[in-house]
Write a protein that binds this ligand. Structure first.
Ligand SMILES: [Zn+2]
Length: 92
């Protein structure tokens, strides 16, 4: 059983680590450079929940988000930036 599907933009530090390790997208034999991180939790047989994270390229991150009806991180970021601009305007 798995739940708690999430999709996040890879942070600069994680991205740099992936580049150093020469890691590519976790989907099959995809050679795409990972820019996103997918995460989900699943229960092991000993009833302990484990969080699994996988680096994904843009294409597979999009497939992942569609499969689990997740919000696309770019959009979230854009909304947040707009909010920040609004707050800055209010504060001015
Ligand atoms: Zn991929």
């Amino acid at each position: 059983m798995a739940w708690g599907y999430r999709l996040e933009l890879m942070g600069a530090r994680e991205g740099a680590r992936c580049r150093e390790d020469g890691r590519s997208c976790a989907a099959g034999k995809c050679e795409g450079f990972p820019l996103y991180v997918s995460a989900y939790r699943y229960a092991r047989s000993n009833a302990r929940a484990v969080t699994v994270t996988r680096p994904l390229c843009v294409k597979h991150a999009r497939l992942f988000s569609m499969k689990y009806s997740l919000a696309w991180p770019d959009m979230l970021r854009r909304v947040r930036r707009q909010l920040a601009v609004t707050w800055a305007q209010l504060a001015a």
